[in-house]
Design a protein around this ligand. Sequence first.
Ligand code: ADP
Ligand code: MG
Length: 756
Amino acid sequence: MILKNVSKIYNNNKIAIDNISLTLPNKGLIFILGKSGSGKSTLLNLIGGIDRVSNGSIIVDDYKIEELNDASLASYRNSYCGFVFQEYNLIESLNVYDNVKLAIDLKGLKEEFVSTYLNKVGLFNFEKKKIGECSGGEKQRIAIARALIKEPNIILCDEVTAALDSKNSYNLMALLKDLAKERLVIVVSHNENLANLFADGIIKLKDGKVIENNLIDAKNFNEHVKLKESKLNNRTKFKLASLNIKTFPIRTIFNIILLSLSFLLLIFFTFINMLDFNKIHLNTINKSNYNYVTINKKHNGYDINLNESDVYYLDNIFNNSIGVVNKELSLNNVNYNDDLLYYSILPRGYTFNSDVFNNFNVLGRLPNNDNEIAISKFLNEIITYNGLIDKEIDTMLNDVLIVDNKSYQVVGIIDTNFTDKFNYLKKNNDEELLIEYINYLNSDISSLIVFNKNNINNIIDITNNPILINENSNRLLNNIILIDETYDYKIINDEEGIIIPIYTYLEILSDLNFDLSIFNGSDYYETFINNISLFKDTFKNLYLNTLAKDYKYKVVGVYDNNSNNVLMTKELFDIIYQDISGIYDNVLVDKSNLNLNKIKDLDNSYLLEENILNNINNFKTNINNFRIPLVIITIILLIMAVGIFIININTTLTDKTNIIAILKMLGCSNKNIFGIIVINILPFILLTFLTSTILSFFLFNYFANLIYIIYSINLTINVLSYLFIVFILIIISIITIYITFKKINKLNLIEMFHFE
Ligand code: ADP
Ligand code: MG
């Protein structure tokens, strides 16, 4: 080993080593003597790669130590050096055996020699002893055994005899002398007597300079020793890491509770921030106790009917399973075999045979020509048992039913499972329940008469889509009627357009703040005709809007009636009919045909289960009011989690400074130290994450129940939000791993040891 002009100047400008040049032999026991503060320890640390020179060069074999990077310097300590310090630097929580074994673990050597080396330093049967049970001399020997077992090229001893009595000091020196036969042993001491007795060479220091050196002819020859990076198996890592669990500090428990809590809330709030409302919609439908759902159509907030192309579109989406419903068909009287019958509960409307009915038992079959219908078992019962017919008839199958003056043969009785419920209600005479069930019936398939699909045009001969008059007023005109001689009407200008009833016209005038005193007490229509010039201007910008589309139709005249109808020519009707020919009040779809994609794909003018949608929207609005605080809380929780994470690592690092310093001194790489820290922290983090995830699911469940009570919707966790959380966790982990690794790299061995 050759030192060339080596200097060490500490940060406080203290020159601890001042331009020393030395050649040290490959073998022998060398003493470095000097008073306290003369720079002995500093020199030893420079030689052992614990500290770095400020100037000059230290050459060991073919390595220049000052040129090695931190990782190689650790490998140098691991491969070349064995340290024995005055402070024994043993890991208190490992037993004697494990302390010694650590050194060879790091070198990747087999462990069978541990006892041999303990015996070599005179320690017999010490393997299982705890460090705390050993005396100072014994600890010193354990440290020597740990240095020896590595079979190092250089053994570095700093004031190793200071705490020993003279007998022990002599024994130790004898041992070192023996070891020095095969390697370089450097002993720092201020005991000249010992030096004179044992030393092969003596170097004296004063104020960082060599004042005496009897090694002038020291032999130094190059050997090549490969620098080996330290190894540490996971078992040892775990042993070192798990120490902390035994001495579980309150601070750690507090950190874990805090971390769990912030994770718990972070996950919960992320769930709420990322709700999938389509999924909630589907979930609510699936959890409901009905088998089919209704779709209706809205335009500008108004309910409008669906036309053939709507049905075609929906039929396509829902696998041809659409059944259509028209509520407007009112069967005020029903003829049964020529007897006129009256009944109180109206069929809700009609529908067409479709797959919707495949779920029900049908006595007979569904209609397949224009003269056939099917009715529900419930309707059958109402007609035959509910006082409508005196005769005792079990089933109307194959009977003739006259609806709207047309005869139909009943070819099917559909059991919609409603009769049992209804019978129960009748028997128990529960008024409230009965009303509830009748309401239910209003949206139930049980009240429908089923026609053949091709029969549509025979049943419907009038459009009754409402037409809205004036954008700002809600007055509706219902039916379109073609102009004929029976109406008394007046067209103001000769344009194509619509003729409205005088009463509606007066309402518009009132909306326009027109002075209506002229009409007082007189016939409205006559007054209008007599003063027609007064009203001409009001027609300039008078339009009707259809609900179905955004088209406007010019109002060109007024007729003498207070009805809800509009008059128009056949030509105009044919045009408008294209837009407003919807005849279906809503459509039915078997809920087994629903899935998330279909709900997403559905054009938003179609409302699937409008009541559920309304509930979801109410909930959405309320959540949106809290959106900003929700996001802020979530971000705060996220920052908290990262903070606690980092605090956790910091405390672990400080808790373990002593052990880390010893490991570094032994040549343990930063990578291995990082491994120990990770193994130390990871179980806590995983456990924390696991418990807080499980708890957050419970919390969400509780929240969902609450929301169900308030809004009647079934919340469900969005898978994406969970993936997002996992993603966030990975990011947090990467950040903290990075920070931890940086911190470990920054740890300075000298500062950790607090050399005096
Ligand atoms: P010795 O081991 O001979 O007692 P040291 O090598 O420990 O002496 O110290 C030499 C000088 O360097 C002393 O004056 C000491 O105060 C100073 N010194 C040692 N370590 C540091 C340090 N880390 N920072 C600043 N000064 C130091
Ligand atoms: Mg010292």
